[in-house]
Design a protein around this ligand. Structure first.
Ligand code: AN7
Length: 401
């Protein structure tokens, strides 16, 4: 069943609908499972993908389109953790098939598209959604249309969307405007929209929450910190964890902590005013182009997740993002794109401010791979030193240092 998050209006699972017909709000899929029906041992001996939790995935099991997404690394990060005085784990979503967490949502979203029998799918994207959709549409044999904000999509993501055969449009405008355009096309039924306004997307992404709980031995961390752009992922993870809680697998819940870039922070602005009313940011700007979003469609769900979990939201500067990206790469060997590093930058800031307490068990979600944005990585480094292919020349530079 599809349900409106605001007025509780209900819709059939197979209705193609993106907003409530009664009140215009966003929708979610109602899933209610109890441990008496599905004991947690059910998940133990299955292949390590998100479909391990298929009982919680509201799609036709015989139609699954998958690239074995999910089951991503869960790395203990002792160096950064000890420096900050917390017990730190990093969930490495860059290890998904196309290099970001979006693959989880696309696997379920494209499975639903196949179930519905649509022939064309589409999205607007700051990059990762389009890369993922292009790959999963290819696998399902569907036509794929993507709209990207001109000049603001990192190179790796653009390469992926193009190479997997999507029809790529470069829009004169930002992500929010591109999304408005493609949504209008979807409402005229020319394509099936697979942005996170489509509630099936979040059903896949909630598996990040499942995996964290499972990995920690059926316990909740104290806090989950992640970057927030369109605000789908924080909503999805909270939904997943709430479902595991309702099923009776866990007793505690984590504080959901959403980090935004200073130049694109409508969710944090609302949190600071302690309101549910998100005011869009007109000209969002940040080096973390993935989260360069001014009007997040899932703001209601995200703010609920933050308030209901006694969580928090804060901003970080571009400089703090790039510093954290480098620290993660240099101290822990984990290469992430700038947006992902907002979680680590946010953790550092919240420790300094005393919001995060010493000894907390914290999971930071790093959402996309370093190679997504090679230009930003290269610009942050000094150039390689040119030498002749000669041991003396090499020694001269290397040993004189
Ligand atoms: C690496 O690809 O919105 O808060 O169009 O690529 O769920 O939007 C990407 C978002 C964080 C924010 N980290 O997640 C898109 C897009 C990375 C991202 C986010 C994105 P949401």
């Amino acid at each position: 069943m599809i349900k409106c998050v605001k007025c509780n209006a209900k819709y059939d699972d197979n209705e193609v609908i993106y907003n409530c017909k009664e009140c215009g709000s966003v929708l979610e899929i109602f899933v209610d499972i109890d441990k008496s029906e599905v004991p947690k041992e059910t998940f133990d001996c299955r292949k390590d993908t998100l479909w391990k939790y298929k009982e919680f995935m509201p799609v036709d099991e015989t139609k699954i389109i998958s690239l074995d997404e999910g089951g991503t690394p869960f790395c203990k990060c002792n160096k950064i953790g000890e420096e900050l005085g917390v017990d730190l784990y990093v969930k490495v979503e860059g290890s998904n098939p196309t290099g970001s967490f979006k693959d989880r949502g696309m696997s379920v979203g494209i499975t639903k598209a196949s179930e519905l029998g649509v022939d064309t799918v589409g999205c607007a994207s700051t990059g990762n959604t389009s890369a993922s959709l292009a790959a999963y549409a290819a696998r399902a044999g569907l036509r794929c249309v993507v709209l990207l904000p001109s000049g603001k999509v990192a190179l790796g993501k653009l390469a992926q969307a193009m190479f997997h055969g999507a029809e790529v449009f470069s829009v004169n405008g930002n992500f929010d405007e591109a999304l408005e355009t493609v949504t209008a096309l979807a409402l005229e039924k020319h394509l099936y929209l697979l942005n996170s306004i489509n509630p099936y997307r979040l059903e896949g992404q909630k598996s990040i929450g499942f995996e964290i709980i499972h990995e920690l031995g059926w316990e909740s961390p104290d806090r989950i910190i992640l970057p927030v752009g369109n605000a789908g992922n924080i909503s999805a993870i909270w939904k997943g964890i709430t479902e595991f809680h309702n099923a009776g697998y866990i007793d505690e819940l984590p504080m959901m902590t959403g980090i935004q870039a200073e130049g694109a922070s409508p969710i944090t602005n609302a949190f600071r005013k302690n309101t549910m009313d998100m005011v869009p940011v007109e000209n969002p700007e940040t080096v973390a182009t993935a989260i360069r979003i001014g009007a997040p469609v899932s703001s209601i769900k995200a703010l609920r997740a933050i308030y209901d979990s006694n969580g928090y939201s804060d901003t970080v500067t571009d400089e703090e993002i790039l510093d954290a990206q480098k620290e993660l790469a240099r101290y822990e060997g984990i290469g992430v794109e700038p947006a992902s590093a907002a979680s680590i930058a946010g953790l550092k800031k919240l420790v300094e401010e005393g919001v995060v307490e010493k000894g907390e068990k914290i999971v930071c979600i790093v959402t996309g791979h370093l190679l997504k944005d090679p230009n930003t990585a290269i610009n942050a480094c000094t150039k390689p030193i040119e030498i002749d292919a000669d041991i003396e020349a090499l020694k001269k530079v290397l040993l004189n240092k």
